[in-house]
Design a protein. Structure first.
Length: 443
């Protein structure tokens, strides 16, 4: 009976229920907190893995990366094994010293399609749990993917067509023009000449005079600017053969006026710079040599058109093509189709934009640098034949037909007019950089 009473009392006693209920509830509570801790830890480790993958994808297509360099010499699309190896190296390097996980599958693919290099890095890892083991989960799997791409720079061939006709012997600035006028006063029947004519029949010609007096002519500035352009191209190039240069002028002498090749198309920019040092004013043998028809656009532009092969999309084996045309824009040639009245068979007129359109229709971009035809108020020839389509009452007009035709010659956005106070070098560099930027945007 005593035993039965004790059992009955135990059944009626409820003082221990709270402890029992708490003990039962504690198991899921601890599991929930443990899960949160394990998940937080897993997310932190996954973030580190993802950061490593991001660094690998981006780094493997950077400008100095093996894949980017290798892509520059690929003529066809395809995978780049050196890029995959580089991506994995970057990924593993960023995880050096990290612990708490076991890497599973890690893969990297880097490939070139058209002008885009793309890197894709994928990873998975096992992370051991601490608290979730209570509920039978000993590890967690995390994974991720990172993709990065970079557009390759374009390969571009630049053909420089440089006007070296006698009119480029004019002083480079108004100060130089005035100095030349003063220096030539009373020296001959052609007093007050602003042109430094390179007359090889006279050792005391105005070209030599300008040099001896330190007067800078436009041909001097053009020579220096062309050399500086080669430095700009070298500094801009990502690949050693990305830019090729060719240099042409209007001929060594009036008697041989026409397209002259100073430097054939080549990726050796240092050699191009050396060749640019030979840019010089066309020589003449006295007055009226070759009837003074020394700026023969109607033969020179079709001739250089033949020198420029079919433009491509900007790949290593199919470069884009740009013609850099530097001139003062006035034709002086035999041309029965002259745009302006001519003196006998001599045509003196603004350039005919139709000559440029032929190249543009083929896909050649034309960058025009117009060296403003300066007003020469003391020169009777200028006043009679050039001023009517160039100057207003007080000098070169903003509506000069020379300037209008030169602008029409240029591809949209590639026209620069260089006034006497502007720098030809700055303009040439600006045109070059615009061409490089435009090549990437429009293709």
């Amino acid at each position: 009976m005593a035993v039965l009473g004790a059992i009955a009392r135990f059944r009626r006693d409820r003082r221990g229920n709270i402890a029992v209920i708490f003990a039962i509830a504690l198991v899921p509570l601890i599991s929930a907190v443990g899960c949160a801790v394990d998940y937080s830890r897993a997310n932190a480790l996954r973030s580190k893995l993802q950061a490593a993958a991001d660094a690998a994808s981006v780094g493997s297509v950077s400008r100095t990366a093996p894949a980017y360099v290798a892509a520059g010499s690929m003529s066809a699309d395809g995978a780049i094994s050196s890029g995959s190896d580089d991506a994995l190296r970057i990924f593993n390097g960023n995880l050096s010293g990290e612990s708490g996980f076991t890497l599973g599958n890690v893969s990297a693919t880097v490939s070139k399609v058209a002008d885009v290099v793309t890197s894709k890095v994928t990873f998975s890892a096992q992370i051991s749990t601490m608290f979730m083991k209570v509920v039978g989960i000993s590890s967690m799997t995390v994974g991720g993917t990172s993709t990065a791409s970079a557009t390759m720079p374009k390969y571009i061939d630049f053909y420089l067509l440089l006007d070296n006709s006698p009119s480029m012997g004019v002083g480079a600035t108004p100060t130089d023009v005035s100095a030349m006028v003063t220096a030539t006063a009373n020296r001959s029947s052609d007093d007050h000449c602003a042109f430094a004519c390179h007359d090889v029949n006279n050792k005391n010609n105005y070209y030599n005079l300008a040099k001896s007096l330190g007067i800078t002519t436009r041909i001097d500035v053009l020579r220096s600017a062309t050399q500086q352009l080669m430095d700009t191209a070298s500094a801009t190039a990502v690949y050693s053969n990305q830019f090729r240069m060719a240099i042409y002028d209007f001929g060594a002498s009036a008697q041989t006026a026409g397209l002259r090749n100073l430097f054939s198309l080549s990726a050796s920019l240092s050699s191009a710079k050396t060749a640019a040092g030979d840019i010089d004013l066309m020589s003449v043998k006295g007055q009226n040599d070759n009837n003074d028809q020394d700026t023969q656009y109607t033969t020179i532009l079709p001739a250089i058109d033949k020198m420029i092969s079919t433009p491509g999309p900007g790949t290593v084996d199919a470069p884009q093509k740009y013609l850099f045309f530097v001139s003062d824009g006035v034709a002086d040639e035999y041309n029965p189709s002259c745009l302006k009245p001519k003196t006998g068979n001599r045509c003196q007129s603004p350039i005919n934009p139709a000559l440029c359109q032929t190249l543009k229709d083929r896909g050649v971009k034309i960058a025009v640098l117009y060296t403003t035809y300066l007003d020469l108020p003391s020169n009777d020839w200028y006043k009679q034949w050039i001023a009517p389509f160039n100057a207003g009452p007080y000098g070169p007009s903003p509506n000069s037909q020379i300037a209008q035709n030169m602008q029409a010659c240029a591809s949209p956005g590639f026209y620069f007019e260089v006034s006497p106070t502007d720098g030809i070098a700055d303009a040439m560099n600006a045109l070059f950089k615009k061409a490089v930027a435009d090549a990437r945007i429009t293709s």
